[in-house]
Unconditional design. Structure first.
Length: 70
């Protein structure tokens, strides 16, 4: 309120409801994109780890087979 006349003050920067809605939609879209990229990153990392584990297990199996043959 304005102390001089008791009327409520207007906001310094009036923001339209449309701008707020657009901003909320932009944030929503960015969050959806982040989730998609995050999921893709974890999927890729998981594939890399599984390949490394598979290679390690194959190497261990080959070593055991070579010991058995000798």
């Amino acid at each position: 309120m304005d102390p001089a006349d008791g009327t409520p003050r207007r906001p310094v920067l009036p923001v339209s409801a449309r701008k707020i809605k657009d901003n909320a939609a932009d944030w929503h879209n960015l969050m959806m994109k982040w989730e998609r990229l995050n999921d893709n990153g974890f999927t890729t990392a998981n594939k890399i780890v599984n390949m490394k584990i598979s290679d390690h297990n194959r190497d261990d199996l080959e070593k055991k087979q070579n010991k058995t043959i000798k």
